[in-house]
Design a protein around this ligand. Structure first.
Ligand SMILES: [Zn+2]
Ligand SMILES: [Zn+2]
Length: 289
């Protein structure tokens, strides 16, 4: 029985573990395939590939999009990150993430939270800076007891007092860019929460724009919503995928808690513009990495 977790984060974005450690944990969790899907970056792929061991690395990314004023996430797999159209958008998203994080630090200062941009940048290190890094700086300053507490309306949750909006792609456009770069796109956790809810009608529109799959099996989606999404995936000819959305200690180490069925995984691969030939690179045999 093949086990594929197609939604995983590392410290290349807002996960807590370096890519190599993520792959070692994946091996220990008995996974056959892991998609490293850091937010708006593929920077973790080389390290993950080198440490893949017995696990197959499916190169991926979680793209920040906005649909009708709501934050929407799109999982992309097997694309060429150097394709000019996609690369330009990625650079724009990353540059804007810095401006946005700085804006949130400024707002926090106005609210009496004593953290500096330098602290946040130091915590982020080489990673794409994001709200979890700000949350950790807030906890370190004593403003809150733990990073988790930053994600409320009092602080930096969506629409919170110190929240700053950012540049994000239109998902239909993002689907086109991913396809042009030879990859496939899957709508991430469309029913995980009120702030990121995607309606049936919106999903149908994205399917018409070339969406390949729907993330059905996600820890934050109820059984009722999974059933609804499965029916929708069937009606719209979308692949029903699954993943843990593991962020290391931030999400309580849950690699492999949700997986993509083997048949769905093969179906997804077959939908790349290059066809089934575009199989992911496998890590070196055990013991040689
Ligand atoms: Zn997401
Ligand atoms: Zn995610």
């Amino acid at each position: 029985m093949m086990r594929a977790d197609l939604h995983v984060h590392s410290s290349a974005s807002d996960g807590t573990d370096p890519p190599a450690e993520v792959m070692r944990r994946a091996a220990r969790a008995g996974l056959d395939v892991v998609a490293l899907t850091d937010h708006d970056t593929v920077a973790g792929h080389p390290e993950a590939r080198a440490a893949a061991g017995p696990v197959t690395l499916l190169p991926g990314m979680e793209l920040s999009c906005r649909l009708d004023n709501r934050s929407t996430h799109l999982l992309a797999y097997l694309f060429d990150p150097d394709q000019p159209g996609l690369a330009a958008e990625l650079a724009r998203i990353r540059d804007d993430r810095v401006l946005r994080a700085r804006a949130m630090v400024d707002k926090l200062a106005d609210l009496g939270v004593d953290i500096s941009w330098d602290q946040v940048a130091a915590i982020a290190g080489q990673a794409v800076v994001g709200r979890p890094h700000i949350a950790r700086a807030m906890a370190a300053s004593g403003a809150i007891a733990s990073p988790r507490e930053a994600f409320t309306r009092d602080w930096i949750a969506d629409g919170g007092r110190a929240y700053a909006d950012r540049y994000a792609l239109d998902p239909a456009r993002a689907i086109g860019l991913v396809g042009a770069a030879g990859g496939v796109a899957v709508l991430a956790h469309p029913r995980a929460g009120r702030d990121t809810w995607v309606t049936d009608v919106q999903i149908a529109r994205l399917a018409a724009a070339g969406l390949a799959g729907l993330e059905v099996f996600h820890p934050d989606q109820s059984d009722a919503e999974r059933a609804r999404l499965l029916a929708l995936a069937h009606d719209l000819d979308l692949v029903a995928t699954g993943g843990s959305d593991d962020h290391g200690s931030l999400t309580g180490y849950r690699l492999g808690c949700e997986i993509t069925p083997a048949e769905a995984y093969r179906d997804l691969l077959s939908r790349t513009p290059g066809g089934p030939a575009a199989v992911p690179t496998t890590g070196p045999p055990r013991g040689q990495s």
